[in-house]
Design a protein around this ligand. Structure first.
Ligand code: G3P
Ligand code: CA
Length: 287
């Protein structure tokens, strides 16, 4: 390893549960977020999309086909239509198939596979309630919200998101601590909108590759934190050092393998976003 180990001089690396504890429970459901909290995650990650009737729901894909028993684009469905779908059973099926392939014993899943609140569509509002409840119980849980395809909605995603954060008093840091919420996006325009309307909210610029104009470690206007994908970290560790030299914090996604966690620690990144918060925390000596 050619990179100096920086972690010891910094705050402990923050562990963010990607779509909840999404390796163990169906992504973006209350079951996955409760499991992540139980596993000890420092923060939760979610993607948000607007429904046809203007509600923000936590769904990754443009369509609901992969993660529910329904079909169609989130943007073409109303919340009541989404609420009638089951967002849990697909994971149970996937897990049973995987175990059959590997000839492993089938046990009951970690979540209740019977359709109900735990595995129905999760609104951002319900997730914010969970964050507020957890913080009120004395745990400084944070939330990282990713705006999906915000350009299509010309500001409506950010507008609704900021309204909700204000309603839950999560739109600015408390006097004695860091902001409970940060906004992430692959769209610099989306982050710019957020920064203009709510300057106290940290913004994370997500990157799948390094654009030539940002190679020197600069970030687009409106972005405060760098969010490179793990592939960038593996292939261009020197870029992470450049981001740090430019004074940026670095939050990496999606870090699931032990060797990737180790590389992130060696490079001194400030946060890792993972589907496996329990395993990562245990590797970091925080079981
Ligand atoms: O946390 C960032 C990461 O979630 C971005 O990729 O496709 O999983 O939303 P994706
Ligand atoms: Ca995401």
């Amino acid at each position: 390893m050619t990179h100096a180990r920086r972690q010891s001089t910094h705050h402990p690396i923050q562990v963010i549960a990607h779509r909840g504890a999404s390796d163990d429970a169906p992504e973006h459901t209350l079951a996955a977020y409760r499991k992540a909290i139980e596993d000890g995650a420092d923060a939760l990650e979610c993607d948000v999309r607007l429904t046809a009737d203007g509600h923000l729901v936590c769904v990754h894909d443009r369509r609901v086909n992969r993660t529910s028993n329904g079909r169609g684009a989130v943007s073409a469905l109303e919340l009541s239509e989404l609420a009638a779908l089951d967002f849990g059973s697909w994971k149970d099926r996937e897990e049973r198939n995987r175990k059959e392939r590997n000839r492993e014993e089938s046990e009951s899943p970690d979540w209740d596979p019977v359709p109900g609140e735990l595995t129905s569509v999760l609104t951002l509002e319900r997730l914010l309630e969970l964050v507020v409840e957890t913080r009120a119980a004395g745990r400084p849980l944070q939330l990282a919200v990713e705006t999906k395809h915000p350009t299509r909605w010309a500001g409506q995603v950010e507008e609704r998101l900021l309204q909700l954060l204000k309603q839950f008093e999560l739109d600015a840091p408390p006097a004695d601590g860091p902001s409970p919420v940060r906004i992430m996006s692959f769209s610099a325009r989306s982050l710019h909108r957020v920064q203009a309307a709510a300057p106290a909210l940290p913004t994370v610029y997500l990157m799948q590759f390094v654009s030539p104009r940002l190679r020197d470690g600069r970030l687009p206007a409106g972005a405060r934190i760098a969010g490179p994908g793990m592939r960038i970290v593996r292939n261009h560790p020197g870029y992470i050092e450049r981001l740090h030299r430019a004074g940026h914090r670095v939050h990496v996604w999606t870090v699931n393998e032990p060797e990737d966690v180790e590389l992130c620690v060696d490079l001194g990144v400030e946060a890792i976003i993972t589907n496996r918060p329990k395993q990562v925390l245990s590797q970091l000596g925080r079981p």
